[in-house]
Design a protein around this ligand. Structure first.
Ligand code: HPA
Length: 271
């Protein structure tokens, strides 16, 4: 159980150690944690060392925070994330996002591994998210509203800021990385979807499917952070290829890390 005072505990502990306040934050998801490993002079800490911070359980999730600089901007990098399917509460899942807000982050770049529902998407493609469908069956803001962060009924009309998507497009052009665009749907996992579910989700307008991101984006928008989300397509969604394995997801993310890292650095330099 995470209480709000755990957030304050982590915040004060970090603020004693991190001199420069980060303005840009990042969340590096499944297998994508290594994409910014080469950052210079970064201050690195394991989640387990931060008082009050919840701990991850999933393989391929690093559970670290880095504070560094990219193109003269102070950044906070969250390596790994917490998922609802791990048995975590929503409060735990969104804890690191609220911590990013408390540390000063205004623009948040979220990454994830996703299955491609759109028939044109191939493993290894990078796609900026234009909108989402919350199929988790719940909302991380349910319960009493924490007024420190935002209003009771946050607007999600522009959840994925157009300016940031435009910046991502320019960064992609500069690097010769062809970025697609699509709607992301969150399912809870941990099982992958059935082929019938994927057909239904396609009919509903989803292009990408994954088990994260949506609660983080809702939390970030509640706290008036601007969000850019980038999906790394790791597989064709259920029923569109023979079978789905976590190993395949990890292989594809591993081979995409370098491109994604370069893309994020270019995006930050253009902000
Ligand atoms: N479904 C849900 N989550 C995923 C997938 C998928 O096909 N691929 C990577 N994460």
């Amino acid at each position: 159980m995470i209480k709000n005072d755990h957030l304050s505990e982590s915040e004060s502990w970090l603020k004693e150690r991190v001199k420069e306040r980060p303005e840009v934050g990042m969340v590096l998801g499944s297998g994508l944690s290594d994409s910014l490993d080469s950052l210079d002079n970064s201050l690195e800490m394991s989640w387990g060392d931060i008082p009050g911070f919840p701990t991850p359980t999933v393989k391929g999730h690093k559970g670290k925070l880095l504070f560094s600089e990219i193109a003269g901007k102070n950044v906070m990098v969250q390596q790994g994330r917490l998922h609802w399917y791990e048995g975590k509460s929503w409060r735990e899942v969104i804890f690191p996002i609220r911590l990013q807000k408390l540390m000063g982050v205004k623009q948040l770049i979220i990454t994830n591994a996703a299955g491609g529902i759109d028939k044109d998407l191939e493993p290894g493609d990078l796609v900026t998210v234009t909108d989402h469908i919350n199929f988790s069956g719940d909302n991380p803001l349910r319960g009493s509203n924490d007024e420190r962060f935002g209003v009771r009924f946050p607007d999600l009309t522009d959840a994925y800021t157009e300016d940031l998507r435009e910046t991502a497009r320019k960064a992609g052009d500069n690097l010769g990385v062809d970025l697609g665009e699509g709607v992301y749907v969150m399912t809870t996992g941990p099982s992958y979807e059935t082929p019938a579910e994927i057909r239904a989700l396609r009919t509903l307008g989803a292009d990408l499917v994954g088990m994260s991101t949506v609660p983080e984006v809702i939390t970030a928008r509640h706290a008036e952070m601007h969000v850019l989300a980038i999906s790394c397509v790791t597989n064709k969604a259920a029923g569109m290829q023979d079978q789905l394995t976590h190993e395949e997801v990890m292989e594809v993310t591993a081979s995409t890390n370098e491109t994604l890292g370069n893309l994020i650095e270019e995006i930050v330099s253009l902000l």
